[in-house]
Design a protein around this ligand. Structure first.
Ligand SMILES: [Zn+2]
Length: 649
């Protein structure tokens, strides 16, 4: 028997910050491909994870005042939560801080050093002292550090290097002999012509300028620099051992059938990674697939541009399956795709609500209306020409969709595969219009024809749902339940597999959305977010003070004895406050939150030793303490039940 195994990996996400929908797209695509392979009878293994070492992570953690481990725990958990939200069913989530991974990487480094593939040299680069980072000429922005804009200087430090040239001819030969190795194929030529045409420079594989990494066993002041650490996850995650027999899982699943990665990191996966594997004496993966990007308004998403769209926000608006479907249907195989709220809304309406959802709810409603609990099965009858043609068209559409879908999905052309399913469902809706079941229902002699029409539609729905399931698993499952069918694998795809149907009613699968309302809602949420961000960033934590600094403040309890509007300023109120044997006049900008009369009798905290000032012509001798949220939507005077003149400290 042929060994039908399928091992897919995604790139491991760098744990610097929360992933946006463009990052999550890779996991959605991977999940859909694996679900497809599973339905096609493969024994699948799907691995994803996080890349957790490096200087940037160390620096970010320092800036947050937490340890690097705490930081990567947080981000890793956030990524796992997003995967869960998006219904991503991986078999293994590897973290490069996992013990077993770190041990194997350290062993591999040592093995390659002993073999002579790794040697000690000096790393030269342009160094930014403030960022403690090296850059290349290409990285610089106007000759300055790309991160902080500060000056850079030529510097050098001791480092280990991996020789690439000894393996270069073998790699070139491999790429030429295996056209499927680099996909899409256009990228193959880019690698051969741009990067492999000249001798490869040796690859720097260690650093001494930071400590958050896997230590080099025989030279502890070095940590492993990204490549060997990150890339080796693909084999350590399934039980590869450098110095002893590997685990059964590795023997079963390696070589990987596909490394699914973003097109921007194709070079590392098709040059560095194969050479590391050759040096270790491990077989090469069968394929590296560089998927395109998800753009928004045709631009790359980036925090600095402020155009980042997050998966959880999209899901809150449209639901998990609609977001999955959009990403998979709209991002072409080899070209970047575009995502905006409007586009997701339109696609959800046209494909999921109007075509799929509507077909399901209409058909099930008609079954119930015309036949009640009677089983819907194929009945013997004679068709007229119109009925004959319509059925023929539907059956051909189903047949064609199934055939094309398989071919396209096997090439990971998921968008095109889904479109084939959608074409077939559109044909089913057309079949309803052509056969007009509501007319047939009025004619007792057409009862068998009507039953056949409904049976044909239920089969179209069943088959269409099986084809869509890798993209919209939760919705497909609801439909299977309503149809009471277990015939949901690809071997069940032929028309007529279900002998008869007893259907249950079903809730609306996808609500039709009003684009204008959705956009109004989205804009409102975005405004609120921007305001919070602006407030938070305009109100950063203040510098540290000593207890002596704090002691300079003279805080006492006061009781408001009168309050009125400021004669000239709408935002201000003028209070008379008894602070124990003395009454102060205090002007405060809280008119938005308090009516003057509601404040009388409140016992509040007063800053007694604040230098008096005139506010729009009215003298203020002190200040009232308030607490507020980031947006200043809620603000309250700080109060206590103690008496005027009592000390606050
Ligand atoms: Zn810098």
């Amino acid at each position: 028997m042929e060994n039908k195994k399928f091992y897919l990996t995604t790139a491991i996400a760098y744990t610097s910050s929360k992933p946006h929908i463009g990052n999550v797209y890779e996991a959605i695509l991977a999940d859909a491909i694996v679900r497809y392979k599973k339905k096609d009878g493969y024994d699948t293994f799907f691995m994803t994870g996080t890349d957790e070492h490096g200087q940037k992570i160390q620096q970010k953690a320092e800036a947050l005042g937490i340890t690097p481990k705490q930081h990567v725990d947080n981000v890793s958990n956030e990524i796992k939560a997003t995967d869960k939200l998006m219904n991503i069913e991986y078999d293994k989530f590897i973290r490069t801080t996992d013990d077993y991974h770190m041990a194997e990487v350290a062993d591999a480094f040592e093995k390659l050093y002993k073999k002579g593939d790794i040697y000690k040299g000096a790393y030269k680069g342009l160094y930014c002292v403030a960022c403690e980072s090296y850059f290349t000429e290409k990285d610089l922005v106007d000759g300055k550090c790309p991160d902080c804009g500060g000056p850079v200087e030529e510097a050098s430090e001791e480092a280990y290097f991996l020789k690439l040239t000894p393996y270069q001819p073998r790699l070139i030969e491999h790429i030429k002999k295996h056209p499927e190795f680099i996909q899409p194929e256009s990228r193959k030529n880019e690698m051969l012509n741009n990067f492999l045409a000249n001798p490869l420079p040796d690859l720097c594989v260690s650093r001494t300028s930071y400590t958050w990494g896997i230590p080099v066993k025989f030279d502890k002041k070095h940590v492993t620099y990204v490549w060997i650490d990150a890339l080796m996850n693909y084999i350590t995650g399934i039980g590869y051992h450098v110095n002893k027999d590997s685990e059964p899982e590795f023997k079963k699943y390696w070589p990987a059938d596909v490394h699914l990665i973003g097109k921007d990191i194709l070079r590392f996966h098709t040059i560095y990674w194969p050479i590391i594997l050759m040096a270790l004496g491990v077989e090469l993966p069968k394929q590296v697939f560089g998927h395109p990007w998800v753009l928004t308004n045709h631009n790359k998403m980036s925090k600095s541009k402020g155009n980042v769209i997050y998966a959880d926000d999209l899901v809150a608006q449209f639901g998990v399956d609609a977001v999955r479907y959009y990403c998979l249907h709209e991002i072409p195989f080899a070209a970047d795709g575009n995502l905006t709220y409007e586009l997701v809304c339109e696609r959800t309406n046209s494909d999921l609500a109007n075509t799929y959802g509507n077909l399901v709810s209409r058909t099930i409603a008609m079954c119930k209306k015309y036949f009640g609990d009677e089983a819907i099965c194929k009945a013997d009858t004679v068709y007229n020409e119109n009925e004959e043609n319509a059925e023929h068209a539907l059956l051909s559409a189903i047949d064609e969709a199934c055939k094309k879908y398989h071919i396209l999905m096997d090439e990971f052309k998921v968008a095109d595969g889904l479109e084939e399913a959608m074409k077939m469902l559109r044909a089913a809706n057309k079949y309803i219009d052509e056969t007009a079941p509501w007319v047939l229902a009025k004619d007792e002699s057409k009862k068998a024809v009507l039953k056949n029409v409904l049976y044909n539609l239920l089969e179209a729905i069943r088959i269409g749902s099986v084809l869509l399931e890798p993209a919209i698993p939760a919705s497909a499952k609801k439909v299977y339940e309503a149809l009471h069918t277990q015939h949901i694998s690809f071997s069940d795809l032929q028309f007529g597999k279900m002998e008869s149907y007893n259907v249950s009613s079903i809730d609306v699968l996808f609500q039709r959305l009003d684009v204008n309302k959705v956009m109004e809602d989205v804009l409102k949420k975005e405004e609120a977010k921007k305001e919070v961000t602006a407030k938070v960033s305009s109100n950063p934590q203040k510098p540290e003070i000593t207890i002596d600094d704090f002691d300079k403040l003279d805080l006492v309890m006061g009781e408001i004895i009168s309050a009125e509007k400021h004669p000239k300023a709408d935002k201000l109120l003028v209070f008379k406050v008894n602070i124990g044997g003395e009454v102060r006049q205090i002007v405060s900008g809280i008119a938005k939150w308090y009516k003057p009369e509601d404040t009388i009798g409140k016992k509040v905290v007063v800053v007694r030793n604040l230098k008096p000032v005139k506010l729009r012509g009215v003298e203020s001798q002190g200040m009232l303490l308030c607490a507020s949220d980031a947006l200043d939507e809620n603000l309250e005077l700080v109060t206590s039940n103690l008496n005027p003149g009592d000390i606050v400290r």
